[in-house]
Design a binder for this molecule. Structure first.
Ligand code: ATP
Length: 362
């Protein structure tokens, strides 16, 4: 989404944060944030149909000509509990106070809606030109460690680097992590970062020890290039292939589907033959198979993906009924027997399968 045109004569309205950064970088923005120096809920409702408002934060979402735009009141915050959501101390503060609560200088730029003038209190434009990420103060990562993952995301997305002091602060924080933090926000940033499907991001994540925010135990980067793997076989949840490899995932709250992906791959042990491979992977999410491939046994996983998964037996319960066999758990044994034979010889016909079933019963 690009900057939207709002025709308003107020000099208190500013595009703010990512949208200004993206405009200066000439890349597309995901969303448009606009801040009003004062009470946005009162002022900005006139721009269109109000979709929702949150008086605690002074924010309002409005449909402006078919686009949902977030308007925020300028606000100041403090991190009373480090690593958790900040507490709003003032709504309707100055623009300068509002930008000083932000994560990096490149995300702390404002642009006047009325004149297009860029307001830069923190040197964000220079950092954009030099392609560096710089925190606004030395306690930034202590206040909110999710910024370390946000930093990784922006470095990878824009090809930026950490400026030296920010790098030093990251190292210091990672050497003294306070694990009492909001992992819901950590998870959101992990998803956004690793859905970029970047091996480079994963290498930085491991090499710089950023993974320790989630899983403290030492972790080495697997030999497999995950980015290439996902490019070859697209999956629904790319991020989980990167994160699922960490030994300790107890801090992250997974959905039922995500939990199953992790549990499935962890529960599979050594696979000795085609039949065992087939039975282990049949019906599993591709994500689980990849996690197994990367961390345990690449050969079995690819034997399944490239060859075995295309093999299916054709006989059904009806065929067995027609042979005079009453439905019972025996059916599964028969199907498994036929499958075992078919994996050895995939070209057999349905008639051959029926003969095999008969042979098994006899
Ligand atoms: P994206 O293009 O990924 O949406 P964005 O910069 O717009 O990037 P958002 O997560 O939408 O990111 O946040 C909007 C703005 O809010 C940021 O540009 C930044 O100024 C501020 N912000 C977001 N997260 C934090 C944080 N953890 N700490 C401080 N400021 C933050």
């Amino acid at each position: 989404m690009d900057i939207i045109n709002i025709y308003d004569n107020s000099d208190k309205l500013y595009y703010i944060g990512g949208v200004v950064r993206d405009k200066l970088l000439s890349v597309k923005s995901f969303d448009v944030d606009i801040t009003y120096v004062g009470d946005a809920i009162e002022y900005c409702a006139k721009f269109g149909e109000v979709i929702q408002e949150n008086p605690d934060f002074g924010t309002i979402r409005v449909n402006v000509g078919g686009r949902e735009v977030d308007f925020a009141s300028t606000r100041a915050e403090v991190y009373e509990k480090k690593g958790h959501l900040p507490v709003v101390t003032k709504i309707g503060c100055s623009l300068k106070e509002d930008v000083l609560r932000r994560d990096f200088t490149i995300n702390a730029l404002a642009m006047s809606v009325k004149t297009g003038e860029i307001i830069d209190y923190v040197g964000g434009q220079e950092d954009l030109e030099n392609k560096v990420l710089r925190v606004l103060h030395d306690k930034s990562f202590v206040d909110d460690p999710t910024r370390i993952i946000r930093g990784l995301k922006f470095r990878v997305r824009f090809g930026f680097d950490l400026e030296p002091n920010t790098r030093k602060l990251q190292e210091e924080y990672l050497a003294h992590i306070n694990y009492d933090m909001s992992y819901k926000r950590v998870k959101k940033e992990l998803i956004e970062t690793f859905n970029l499907n970047s091996q480079y991001a994963f290498e930085l994540f491991v090499k710089e020890g950023i993974y320790k925010l989630i899983s403290p135990e030492k972790f080495d980067i697997p030999k497999v290039n995950i980015e290439n793997l996902i490019n070859k076989y697209p999956v629904k949840l790319p991020w989980i292939i990167y994160i699922g490899l960490l030994p300790d995932l107890s801090r992250i709250e997974f959905t039922k589907e995500e939990k199953k992906i992790i549990e499935d791959f962890r529960s599979i042990g050594e696979l000795k033959d085609d039949f065992e491979i087939y039975k282990a992977f049949d019906g599993l999410a591709l994500e689980s198979i990849f996690l197994y491939a990367i961390s345990k046994d690449m050969k079995s996983a690819f034997r399944y993906l490239d060859v075995l998964r295309n093999i299916k037996i054709s006989i059904t319960g009806d065929d067995l009924k027609n042979l005079g066999i009453a439905p019972s758990p025996k059916y599964q044994e028969i199907f498994d027997y036929v499958l075992k034979e078919k994996l050895k010889n995939p070209d057999i016909t349905t008639q051959d399968e029926i003969s095999l079933a008969k042979k098994f019963i006899n």
